[in-house]
Design a protein around this ligand. Structure first.
Ligand SMILES: C[S@+](CC[C@H](N)C(=O)[O-])C[C@H]1O[C@@H](n2cnc3c(N)ncnc32)[C@H](O)[C@@H]1O
Length: 396
């Protein structure tokens, strides 16, 4: 089903005061830091009674304070809690979480407290006696190079410092710099070796996992303008919705740009559930979380300001299987590029299965994108994932 007005009123949590007062007119760092921690390979591998989803909102607020961002709203589905943040998003599943934050957030500063909370409240002990470091099932940390690195706080000003910091927590991590360093447009990845000890033999069927990310810069000005509401926009909306202008405008931007229509399965004739949460910042900017079939998400974040315009898309939807072969990630990419028309973009695709049809199709993407030229194209065979990275630029 597509987004309905009801989606605006059924939040599990909403901070009305924060939603009403957010404003930023300074140069903004759109590119996000992306931290994904798999504590267990699958929720059935959890050996204790409680899971990450038993951690209460007050604790998440405390953790996010260390990252320097706040919770705007949250929606709960059967399998995950999707938080919309003042700086991007947090997705909490029973056994794993994904934290994506932009601006000058200090993403990695949440690690110590996060591991302390899961130990105290869930009795999850991932600390090894020998080194004192943590061994969850798997950790990913990635980001593209920043537009304004000097504005970042402390360790986040450069990749080496971030890796050193991660190595204080995990002792089996590898760091990659992907793409050309000389043009300051590379993408960085830190990934730990999969810890098989966290899954017993019987639990070895891990989640089949794929993640698709598209990071776009220099958006077409007309496209970017669709994510500007200006300081004093007054929109016609049902009276009961006016109390929350940010979510109301976010909803309208989603409908106008058809960002709720990317996947075939979110259309009206699909029998899969579809939940949606979006926010329009003042005077500009947009963030949204969409949840399909209770357990798959896609998230979009837009910084439309001229000079540093940026938009990101990330999804864990196994689109080929879910649409029964009717759609793949190339179709998804073409839809997104049509909305933003960036001058440059990079994309990453992680999959465990090299036979994944989306993976095969993306490898030949150059044939379908006549408007763009390929700058870099790289495939990595990691521990248990295949990673495809590509960077493209509009032909002049
Ligand atoms: C949080 S959003 C989306 C950021 C995202 N990482 C992206 O892909 O661009 C950032 C956009 O919202 C605007 N914005 C306005 N007020 C903001 C606030 N209080 N915090 C964060 N962003 C704000 C920024 O100027 C920027 O255009």
């Amino acid at each position: 089903m597509t987004v309905t007005i009801k989606e605006l009123t059924n939040h599990n949590y909403i901070d009305h005061e924060l939603s009403a007062t957010l404003d930023s007119t300074d140069a903004f760092e759109g590119p996000e830091k992306l931290l994904e921690i798999w504590f267990f390979p699958h929720k059935d591998a959890i050996t204790t009674e409680k899971t990450l989803r038993d951690i209460v909102m007050a604790r998440w607020i405390e953790i996010l304070k260390l990252v320097k961002c706040e919770v705007l709203s949250m929606k709960k589905t059967k399998e995950l809690d999707a938080f919309l943040l003042s700086e991007s998003s947090l997705f909490v599943f029973d056994h794993k979480l994904t934290l994506k934050t932009c601006g000058t957030t200090t993403t990695l500063f949440c690690l110590a407290r996060l591991f302390q909370i899961i130990e105290q409240e869930l009795s999850w002990d991932f600390q090894t006696a020998a080194s004192g470091k943590y061994k969850p099932f798997k950790v990913f940390y990635s980001r593209r190079c920043f537009l304004f690195p000097c504005k970042q706080a402390a360790i986040h000003q450069n990749w080496t410092d971030e890796v050193d910091y991660l190595n204080r927590f995990f002792d089996n991590g590898t760091s990659y710099s992907v793409g050309r360093n000389d043009k300051s447009n590379h993408w960085n990845l830190y990934v730990t070796e999969t810890d098989r000890a966290t899954s017993e033999e019987k639990d070895c069927i891990e989640d089949d996992d794929e993640t698709f990310e598209v990071l776009m810069t220099e958006l077409d000005p007309e496209c970017a303008d669709k994510f500007v509401c200006g300081p004093d926009t007054s929109t016609a909306a049902p009276a009961e919705l006016n109390e929350d202008k940010g979510h109301n405008l976010g909803y309208q931007m989603t409908k106008k740009t058809k960002l709720d229509d990317i996947y075939l399965n979110s259309s009206q004739d699909s029998n899969l559930s579809f939940h949606h949460d979006a926010f329009a910042f003042t005077p500009c900017g947009y963030s949204s979380n969409m949840v399909l079939d209770e357990k798959y998400y896609y998230t979009l974040h837009v910084t439309p300001e001229k000079g540093w315009s940026y938009a990101s898309f990330e999804s864990n939807i196994p689109v080929f299987d879910l649409s029964q072969g009717k759609q793949d990630n190339l179709d998804v990419l073409l839809h997104i590029l049509n909305v933003f028309q960036p001058r440059e973009f990079s994309m990453t695709f992680f999959t465990k299965n090299s036979e994944n049809p989306s993976f095969k199709k993306l490898l030949r993407i150059d044939e379908s994108l006549s408007e763009y030229i390929t700058l870099h194209k790289i495939v990595y065979d990691l521990d248990d994932y295949h990673l495809f990275y590509m960077k493209l630029q509009k032909k002049i």
